[in-house]
Design a protein around this ligand. Structure first.
Ligand code: NAD
Ligand code: UGA
Length: 481
């Protein structure tokens, strides 16, 4: 707890997505003296944040709905009235999307900053008095300069005393490091918080807010560009570890080494550490690939081609791992998946979230469909319409759709979905898949039956008394009749 007094009364956040929503909910809970306005241009999203049914919130995170229940309409407000929220706020967080550009200069690599730019413009337009703008979105290094240039057009004289007409700004960078599925815990107990900037008053103001629940030694002050680049670098390092362990998983399978044993052995070295060494079907999520592409773009921009190639390999390996797993499944059926029922257990990119952005399940489902399979999908939190939107827009699907009808299906009931299945593929390690009754499932599947465990969560012993053939990532074929 800090001794200095927080002067901030109102905060607003532009963007009520996976970051803006949970981040502001935790801030509101930790700082009951501050009014927090969470805004979005998406009216439906705000309606869902205001929904009386807490299971309808647009973001699923363990612990989130309890906090919303506690703070909503007390000091936490979800609103589309962006103008009013900005006008009244001392601090505006920008937490909008920064996806990879799909067209124009830098397409396929650079981040599309149009939402950040338009945020800067509306803050410039509506802000009153002195406003601290905090970049929370993940952005390319030197984006704060772009924001500064935009808001300079709206700035009034620093010495103006008429508060109603005065407009001055400070820009800070404070990237978010939460991971989905553990967002609330990550926000409440972060490993560190970064605040980048050169305006000491603004840095003190933001630091005081964080100090309400975060020990000061975990609040790192840096310059703006270090803060922006640290975020991209952190994601690049995490993604690189996953590609490294996945590369080793492919070597374990033919050589007889066991990926779990290798991970444990190397993770015990304190210089390496045990986290992010879980082999799987490739990393997903909205950020790892996007942020790596952005980093690659920046390296090429500064003519650092070898550095760019180095990071590009992390993405290539990830793509290869997804395809490698689909190929193993297809080859187990001698290349013929037509009239085969394949069950995918899990569709979100990781457990405890309803987010499917870049989920490896999407590309695995599409590759199986392309090869003629009928794919049945189960996920505890992902909805049928989310799955439809992710599959049916893809070109691969459009091509196969004309020749094959009903090539995917959604089923919420785990007992029903396995009936007459030729194969079950565990794609996401949801808790409900850890202790499935394989002996019971064995009786319901069609022969020859297969289990492909892409997350390494099933104990081979549980399949001993079944006729299910078994493949596991980083261990290979553990049972094949
Ligand atoms: P998201 O798509 O879930 O949410 C972004 C929201 O911003 C959308 O609802 C969109 O409608 C809204 N928006 C766009 N322009 C707006 C404007 N002018 N005013 C108000 N709202 C506006 O995205 P996200 O996952 O929350 O990610 C946001 C940023 O945070 C990205 O830069 C991302 O890289 C970064 N990030 C994401 C995560 C994560 O786990 N998802 C973690 C750390 C950082
Ligand atoms: C990641 C980072 O962990 C966060 O710190 C960061 O803030 C966030 O990206 C972001 O910038 O968006 P997130 O993508 O939510 O968070 O989830 P992770 O736990 O990092 O998992 C990402 C992907 O890697 C998942 O598909 C997961 O299954 C996979 N993964 C993770 C593995 O395959 N093996 C592992 O050992 C760890």
């Amino acid at each position: 707890m800090n001794n200095k007094k927080i002067k901030v009364k109102n905060i607003c956040c532009l963007g009520a997505g996976y970051v803006g929503g949970p981040t502001m909910v935790v801030l509101a809970e930790k700082c009951p003296q501050i009014n927090v306005f969470v805004t979005d241009i998406d009216k439906k999203k705000i309606e869902r944040w205001n929904s009386k049914q807490f299971e309808n919130l647009p973001v699923y995170e363990p612990g989130l709905s309890d906090l919303v229940k506690k703070c909503r309409n007390k000091n936490l407000f979800f609103t589309t009235d962006i103008q009013n929220a900005i006008q009244n706020s001392d601090i505006v967080f920008i937490s909008v999307n920064t996806p990879t550009k799909t067209q124009g200069h830098g397409a396929g690599y650079a981040s599309d900053l149009k939402w950040v730019e338009s945020s800067a413009r509306i803050v410039g337009q509506f802000a009153k008095g002195h406003t601290i703008i905090v970049e929370k979105s993940t952005v390319p290094v030197r984006t704060a300069e772009l924001i500064q240039k935009i808001i300079n057009h709206y700035k009034t004289d620093e010495l103006l005393t008429d508060i109603n007409n005065k407009k001055t700004f400070s820009v800070l960078s404070s990237p978010e490091f939460l991971a989905e599925g553990t967002a609330i815990k990550d926000l409440e107990f972060p490993d560190r918080v970064l605040i980048g900037g050169d305006d000491n008053d603004a840095l003190d103001t933001l630091s005081l807010i964080y100090q309400e629940w975060i020990p000061i030694k975990k609040i790192f002050r840096t310059n703006l560009w270090s803060s922006e680049l640290s975020k991209l670098t952190a994601n690049a390092f995490l993604a690189q570890r996953i590609s490294s362990i996945n590369a080793i998983s492919s070597l374990c399978e033919p050589s007889g080494a066991d990926i779990k044993e290798v991970s444990k052995a190397i993770g015990a070295d304190s210089r390496i550490g045990g986290k992010f060494l879980q082999a799987g079907p490739g990393f997903g999520g909205s950020c790892f690939q996007k942020d790596l592409l952005n980093l690659i773009y920046l390296c090429r921009f500064y003519n650092l081609d070898s550095a760019a190639d180095y990071w590009e390999q992390v993405i290539k390996l990830n793509e290869w791992q997804k395809k490698r797993i689909s190929k193993i499944i297809i080859e187990a059926f001698f290349g013929t998946l037509s009239s085969k029922k394949i069950v995918l257990l899990g569709y979100s990119f990781k457990p405890n979230t309803n987010d499917i952005r870049e989920s490896p399940a999407i590309s695995i489902a599409l590759q199986l469909i392309e090869n003629g399979a009928t794919v049945f999908i189960h996920d505890p939190k992902v909805s049928e319409s989310q799955i439809r939107n992710s599959i049916e827009i893809e070109e691969t699907y459009q091509k196969t759709k004309n020749s094959i009808n009903d090539n995917w299906s959604y089923e919420k009931d785990l007992e029903k979905i396995v009936v007459d299945a030729d194969a079950i593929v565990i794609v996401t390690e949801w808790e409900e898949y850890f202790n499935l009754n394989w002996r019971g499932i064995n009786k319901l599947m069609r022969r020859p039956s297969w289990l492909f465990d892409t997350r390494g969560i099933v104990n081979a012993k549980e399949l001993e008394e079944t006729k299910i053939n078994f493949w596991q990532v980083g261990k290979g074929f553990l049972k094949k009749e």
